[in-house]
Design a protein around this ligand. Sequence first.
Ligand code: ADP
Ligand code: MG
Length: 265
Amino acid sequence: MEEYTVVKVIGEGSFGRALLVRPLHSHDQLVLKEIRLPKSGHRAAASRREAVLLSSMNHPNIVAFRDSFEADGHLYIVMEYCTGGDLLQRIKRQKNTPFTKDVILNWFGQMCLGTKYIHDQRVLHRDLKSKNIFLTSNATIKLGDFGSACVLKSSEACAFSYVGTPYYVSPEIWDNKAYNNKSDVWSLGCVLYELCTLRHPFQAASWKSLILKVCRGAYPPLPNHLPYELHHLIKHMFKTNPRDRPSLSTILTSHRISQLLQKNL
Ligand code: ADP
Ligand code: MG
C-alpha cells in the first residue's frame, strides 16, 4: 500500500472500493481494487479467485493485471487504468444521441474478441454488463471485474448457481439452471442492445414482470435504420433456449455479422 499514492476513488461497491492510484516515483496511473476479505476461509478463497483469474488473462481486450497483495484483512488488485471509464457512464453521457453504426460494431467486435478469449480459457465471466466494460483513451474496449467469474471443470456448466445484475440475467438462470457460456452471450446481447438504443432490452417496474419479459425474450424492436445484420444477431443472442444462441466463435466467424465486425475492427 505504501508504494502507491491515492489520487481519487473511482468506484464503490459492497465489496470495497476501486481507487485511482499513482506508484511512488512514477507518473503512471493505475487502479487499485480493494476487497474486504471475508472471515470465512471458504469465502475468502472465492474472493482471491478474482485476482488469480485476472492474473492468468493476457489479451488486448481484457483489463491488464499488474499485481495483487494482501494487507490488514484486505485483498488488493492492481491493474491498468482505463481513462475512458466504464461503458455505462459513456452511454449516459450520450443523453439521447445514438452511437453511430461504426462505433457500435467496433466496440461490440472488441467485446466479442475479449469474451471469446475468456471462453477459450474455459472461464465464464458471469457479470458482463456495461458497468464492467471499460474504455481506454483510444477507444479500446477492456472487459473487467472478474469478481463473479468461474472456471469450467469437466462439465460444460458451472454447477453452483449465481445471479448477476438483474437486467443482464438470462432466462436459464431465472429458471435455476446452471450458468454456461451462452449465459454470457445473453448478457453481451444486452450490452449490444444498450449500445444500439441507449436502453436496457428488458426493463420493468417489478421483478416479476422483468423475469417474465426475459423468459419470453420480449424486447422492444431496434430502430429501423440499424443494419439488418444487427437485428438478426440480437434476435439470436436473445433466444430463450441457450442452445439456440450463437457462441462467440460463431458470432466472430460464421454469423452474417462477422464480416461487418471484421470490417469495423
Ligand atoms: P465491483 O466488483 O464493485 O463491481 P469493479 O471492478 O467493477 O468492482 O469496479 C467498480 C467500478 O470502478 C467500475 O464499474 C468502473 O467504473 C471503475 N473501474 C474499475 N476498474 C477500472 C479500471 N481498470 N479502469 C477504469 N475504471 C475502473
Ligand atoms: Mg463491477
